[in-house]
Design a protein around this ligand. Structure first.
Ligand code: IPE
Ligand code: IPE
Ligand code: MG
Length: 233
């Protein structure tokens, strides 16, 4: 693998848990459970490959449309994830960030998220930005509302790109260099819309629970060979 050009910020749309499970006659929830193992493996690989930062799409603002049973199961798995792995996450010097709207998330899950963010605040290894109840559009609406208040209070004189970026959940993370989507769909599904303006997009048919080391190396290798022009020649 060409390790000279590594993405400063890798975003992953972890899609295909449900189809992974149903193709083997299992419940969709079983797929999400298996998805957590893939997530843990990805975190270890990111450390192994010296990536500074990964953003992981765990639950979108649109995912509330799913049956309540599935939504509850996903949040239960997130709670279990923190209960079981927070200690080893801290031992690995990982810094946890959260992007998303905390107002609708179950209070006990919010507590777990806040605790993970607080306890890992001074860690300087891999940054793992967990995107839970995250939507790119609602993030921008929130940013514009906050800017509107700042304008009224004359804390800022104008709205520009820098001021918008300061109001995003992801501030001060760098823009997304590489965006990976598993599960075969070629769409962004409202993920990091602003931050991915110049991201390289890697799509694979592999369902998330099957995404492992070989495929991750493929994606990073593919990224290393992209010619990034950013509008220039
Ligand atoms: C992605 O897998 C995980 C979440 C949205 C939480 P899906 O649940 O969307 O799996 P598919 O796309 O239905 O196979
Ligand atoms: C995107 O997957 C959200 C997450 C992976 C958390 P979805 O399965 O919700 O996206 P759509 O509905 O296929 O666009
Ligand atoms: Mg899906």
């Amino acid at each position: 693998m060409n390790m000279k050009i590594i993405p400063k910020h890798t975003a992953v749309i972890m899609d295909g848990n449900g189809r992974w499970a149903t193709k083997s006659g299992m419940s969709r929830v079983k797929g999400h459970k298996q998805g957590v193992y893939a997530l843990l493996e990805l975190i270890d690989l990111a450390i192994e490959f010296n990536l500074p930062c990964v953003s992981l799409y765990a639950f979108s603002t649109e995912n509330w449309k799913r049956p309540e049973k599935e939504v509850k199961a996903i949040f239960f798995l997130l709670t279990e994830f923190f209960n079981t792995y927070l200690k080893s996450i801290l031992d690995k010097d990982i810094r946890i960030l959260h992007s998303g709207d905390k107002r609708q998330i179950y209070p006990d899950v919010v507590k777990k998220i806040n605790k993970a963010v607080e306890l890992s605040e001074t860690n300087r290894g891999l940054t793992v930005n967990l995107c839970i109840d995250y939507g790119g559009k609602s993030e921008l609406v929130r940013a514009f509302n906050r800017l509107f208040c700042k304008l009224q209070k004359q804390e800022i004189q104008e709205i520009n790109e820098q001021e918008i970026e300061k109001e995003l959940y992801t501030y001060p993370l760098p823009p997304v260099d590489l965006l990976i989507r598993t599960g075969g769909e070629k769409r962004l599904s409202n993920f990091l819309l602003w931050q991915s303006a110049y991201a390289e997009l890697y799509f694979t048919d592999t369902f998330w629970p099957d995404f492992g080391k070989d495929e991750f190396i493929n994606a990073l290798d593919w990224f290393a060979h992209r010619q990034r022009r950013f509008g220039s020649v």
